[in-house]
Ligand binder design. Sequence first.
Ligand code: NAD
Length: 497
Amino acid sequence: MADLPKFNAYINGASVPPRTNTYFETVNPYTSKVWAEVARCNEADANDAIEAAYGAFTTGEWPAMSATQRGALLRRFGDLLAEHADELAEYEVRDNGKLISEMGPQCGYIPQWYYYFGGLADKIEGSVLPIDKPDIFNYTRQEPLGVVVAITPWNSPLMLLTFKLAPALAAGNTVVIKPSEFTSTSTLRFVELFAEAGFPPGVVNVVTGYGAEVGAALVEHPKVAKVAFTGGSDSGARVYQSAAAGLKKCTLELGGKSPNIIFDDADLDDAVKGAISGIFAATGQTCIAGSRLLVQNGIYDEFVRKLVDFAATAKMGDPMQRDTQVGPVTTPPQYEKILQYVQVAKDEGAEVLLGGGPATDRPECGDSQYFIEPTIFGGVTNNMRIAQEEVFGPVLSIIRFDEDDEAIAIANDIAFGLAAGVWTQSIKRAIKVSNAIRAGTVWVNTYRAVSFMSPFGGYKQSGLGRENGIEAIREYLQTKSVWISTASDVPNPFVMR
Ligand code: NAD
């Protein structure tokens, strides 16, 4: 396939072929065709990238820069991203099949992270302590960690990368990125803009390839100070173990099985849209999917009828068309996994209210082999696998409840704790329930909102640490305490000061 575009790794400011000169294919899920080849990096490439990042952290322009200068570079990068937002959105859609109607605005919004963290770079202050010792001046500094490895999944490559990259760079670290093997190309185009913005070579690097081949080598590398990972819980656990073996800092953004709770006093039309947005937006391939819909008994029949009617109108098709509402599943293994879960739900006795299989005989789905009908299961109980395990696809499980406390108990009876939705017109109920839910994000009368300024992360097995907001930059800093003696002579060296 000599005429396919080839994407190399990006190391020390240059496009670099993999050491073994081998490439893997990347597929457009809508056409189901290979459209490019991407460098299959291994441990040797990982070493090169880490050495480049380590060199850029320890010597040259980057460590000599003031926080104000770093902030200015980040804001310049944000401007370049804004100029290239449409182009980057098209890369994302081609590789992951998400809708252009979502990825266009998302890529247009990403620059805000670089403006926000660029502005924050020179507002992180140490302190002078009123130390309890005579003749000592004591102050703290906030210092970067060193080389950060950022590992991302395929579902929102640039946004999830940005959650890591903007605070890591604002804090003065250097970064090696490992994007998903399914969606590497947008990241490779994106990082070229760092050189254009004036970042020194080696500050941002990318190696592409498989998790076990190159991702694991990055995490294990002794010169890495921190790993920032987004992905599935199983890979997250492996990354955490490996980081722990090297005593590296680690943040993890993992899976979810989020409850979206519809109370009987909710505005039902709004809540229907909230339920749809929770599970069918992005074809359900989001960590924050509201995949467990808890509906109160008094409104159950009316609500479920409205929901099924609305979901049945969802327009499937070409993700590049602005009126498409549900695109293809991104990867062949994910397609198989979703269908297996549909079968699991049927075998467990859940009732198919909508969909329930592959989307066949739909001309609007073109040649794609990866469309699945928006699927709704009724009659689900919280102990079923379909209620407990992350599907990561357009598959909704509806669970009935009577009392508020029962809804809270069901919502919390799960290993995950990433997000939740609450639909009610009662402010008392909204506050009581959102306080009681064990999840890192709770949305009331809305769903699937994120911002650069609001902390995001998981409770329980949904992750460790927080991204976004002021606290995110602390995940990329460490505190140094500096002691300066002002005494006229050195005190007794045999006793502690
Ligand atoms: P994945 O875990 O299979 O892969 C994620 C990344 O980790 C990829 O780049 C992969 O190559 C790499 N990887 C895999 N094994 C590795 C290892 N041993 N060492 C180093 N790197 C390794 O996840 P995915 O299928 O790409 O993404 C879907 C998952 O991501 C879902 O579970 C979803 O919930 C989760 N996710 C979480 C968030 C969040 O913010 N909490 C956001 C999006 C996606």
